[in-house]
Design a protein around this ligand. Structure first.
Ligand SMILES: [Zn+2]
Ligand SMILES: [Zn+2]
Length: 285
């Protein structure tokens, strides 16, 4: 998967595809891009870009902050929840499993509805500051950088740990993101995961499926007991067909995993063939 190549293509393709655009519209498009650059330059003069991790002027994420990220080694991470250590499954996942005591070396146990989880880094500084700059301070330019981090994470994991994470993206059919709640959407004015998932889908060569909708509170009261339990964890409606599809489910931060679990459960209910989770940050320790 050559993400950087795909990025290059994606940024120049435009909506109508590479073949459909005629010369005049290309001129208009390039004039638009020129104006965009001029505006960006003017803005840069007034309010120079600062690193989202340390406020240093220059890059959106400086080299020091990139190096300071606590990247997770996919050869040693917990397959069940993406935690940094676990080899096959971490103690936290193992202790939450039903039964126990059986040391059989059959297929590794799964604590969640999703098959595997892959995380870029643990949620330690500077990552929480960077994520806050994106979600709370409105630094939307971070979205393609997060997408690139996630694309690199999958590409690297499939390459160095093929027996563990092989096919996670390369053999998947669609990319699905965990949608923002209505309140978060109103507060931010955009869906922070959709903005990451769009460029990520391009980079990973996957179709983006806007398949999940957060279920409203009122609907939960109409559900049965099992449904209410699912509702307590936050539940989702599947609003487009995912039947038979292998899904990569992406979210920004995984803490207990209950949101991703509920989302994966809904997708499997709707007939998805399998669901793997991909997250930027794993809260750990
Ligand atoms: Zn920095
Ligand atoms: Zn685990």
């Amino acid at each position: 998967m050559a993400c950087r190549n795909v990025v290059g293509f994606g940024s120049s393709a435009g909506d109508g595809g590479p073949c459909g655009s005629r010369a005049p519209s290309r001129d208009v498009a390039s004039a638009g891009r020129l104006l965009e650059r001029l505006r960006a330059a003017a803005l840069e003069a007034v309010a120079p870009t600062r690193c989202a991790g340390c406020e240093r002027p220059g890059e959106l994420i400086c080299a020091d902050c990139l190096h300071a990220l606590a990247l997770i080694d996919p050869r040693r991470s917990c397959l069940g929840c993406g935690a940094p250590f676990g080899d096959l499954v971490c103690t936290e996942c193992a202790s939450g499993l039903a039964g126990g005591g059986d040391e059989s070396d059959a297929a590794p146990p799964r604590p969640f509805a999703f098959e595997r989880c892959l995380a870029t880094a643990t949620f330690e500084e500077p990552l929480p500051r960077i994520v806050r700059a994106y979600k709370d301070a409105g630094e939307r330019r971070l979205a393609p950088l997060f997408a690139e981090m996630l694309a690199d994470t999958v590409e690297h994991a499939e390459r160095v740990a093929p027996a563990r994470y092989g096919g996670l993206a390369s053999a998947a059919d669609v990319l699905v993101f965990v949608p923002a709640t209505a309140a978060a959407y109103r507060r931010r004015g955009f869906d922070h995961m959709e903005a990451i998932a769009r460029p990520l889908a391009d980079m990973a060569g996957l179709e983006l499926a806007d398949a999940l909708a957060k279920r409203g509170r009122t609907d939960q009261r109409l559900l049965g007991r099992a449904g209410r339990q699912a509702g307590a964890r936050g539940s989702f409606d599947v609003v487009r067909s995912v039947r038979g599809l292998r899904v990569v489910l992406v979210d920004d931060v995984m803490t207990t995993g209950s949101t991703l679990d509920a989302a994966a459960r809904s997708l499997l209910h709707a007939g998805a063939a399998r669901v793997d989770a991909l997250v930027l940050a794993r809260v750990w320790g």
